[in-house]
Design a binder for this molecule. Structure first.
Ligand SMILES: Nc1ncnc2c1ncn2[C@@H]1O[C@H](COP(=O)(O)OP(=O)(O)OP(=O)(O)O)[C@@H](O)[C@H]1O
Ligand SMILES: [Mg+2]
Length: 294
């Protein structure tokens, strides 16, 4: 089932057409990953689906109605977006930023209700920002800042969440934390999530639906098994990659080894080539040896 789709969407900056005749569908209650090379149009598509940009032609339909014909407040109760490079006014604190997320629910100045305060507190807590709640955004590290913006999007309490590279600037543990948080929101609150990610293995592990974008066009759409193939990666990213199944999550992972058309470097005779399946199997074998006491 689709709550959100684009129909014959054209998007341009001035006269330069970036996206032409885009028809994509976002499955309800799933995590969708938009993947593609730098400059392929992912952020442009996301901003238009979130109503930050207006299309040149065509429409973005939410429950069958064009979002560009609805009021900002109406749309903001249903869709929230974490943009790629958000900027906050100087001196704005984390709590102040996150409280912006409650704007669509407020009736006037100073009308914050208990429900708004609870959501703000919750969003700050689940993003691990409690200890920084009073800190100005411009005095945070890149990763902390990213999490403060994610908290703002969460405080908006929408069914649909768009996130443009939510894990950029984050260390590995915080990347996993954000992805697990999104997975949790999807599983427990049935949130529909659309995220742009560059790490294809994260896309494959955390998204149930993937869309490969090249020059403003959707080249491949489907489950990770359908989209993470050597042929699609060659077409979308211009790379040669081996695909292996992750023995832990049983999803395809990619191991890029050359640019498309480039002859791969020969493997040095001394180098052992391992893939994750072999590492895992080796780990299990070691475990068995220990378990049998030998
Ligand atoms: N404000 C703008 N004005 C004019 N052209 C723009 C603007 N923003 C983006 N573009 C151009 O539109 C194209 C698509 O950009 P977009 O930001 O959507 O790419 P992207 O897929 O998100 O890339 P990245 O992975 O680098 O974030 C690029 O050619 C870019 O140069
Ligand atoms: Mg982008």
């Amino acid at each position: 089932m689709f709550r959100l789709e684009t129909s014959k969407l054209d998007i341009a900056y001035e006269e330069r057409l970036i996206v032409e005749d885009l028809n994509i569908q976002i499955p309800q209650g799933k995590i969708t990953a938009l993947v593609g090379a730098n400059g392929s149009g992912k952020s442009t598509i996301l901003k238009t689906m979130a109503r930050i940009m207006s299309p040149k032609a065509g429409s973005v339909l939410l429950d069958g109605k064009s979002i560009h014909k609805q009021s900002t407040r109406e749309v903001a109760k249903q869709l929230a977006i974490l943009p790629q490079n958000p900027t906050a006014p100087e001196g704005l604190t984390v709590t102040e930023l996150v409280s912006y997320g409650r704007f669509p629910y407020q009736k006037g100045f100073g009308s914050m209700r208990a429900e708004d305060k609870r959501m703000i507190e919750w969003a700050i807590e689940v993003t691990g920002m409690t200890e920084f709640h009073d800190r100005p955004i411009d005095q945070l590290s890149g990763g902390q800042r990213q999490r403060a913006w994610i908290a703002m999007a969460l405080a908006q309490e929408t069914d649909i969440l768009f996130l443009d590279e939510p894990t950029t600037f984050l260390d590995m543990a915080h990347q996993l934390e954000v992805l697990q948080l999104l997975e949790h929101l999807n599983a427990t609150a049935n949130r529909t999530i659309v995220m742009v990610v560059h790490d294809l293995n994260h896309a494959s592990r955390y998204a149930q639906h993937m869309i490969g974008i090249k020059q403003g066009k959707a080249i491949a759409e489907g489950s990770p098994v359908e989209v993470m193939t050597s042929d699609v990666l060659r077409e979308v990213f211009n790379i040669e990659a081996d695909i292996v199944m992750d023995p832990r999550s049983n999803v395809p992972l990619c191991l890029p080894y050359a640019l498309a058309g480039e002859r791969p470097k020969p493997v040095a005779p001394e180098t052992k080539v391992v893939n994750s399946a072999m590492v895992h199997a080796a780990g299990r074998a070691e475990h068995r040896v220990q378990a049998t006491g030998s």
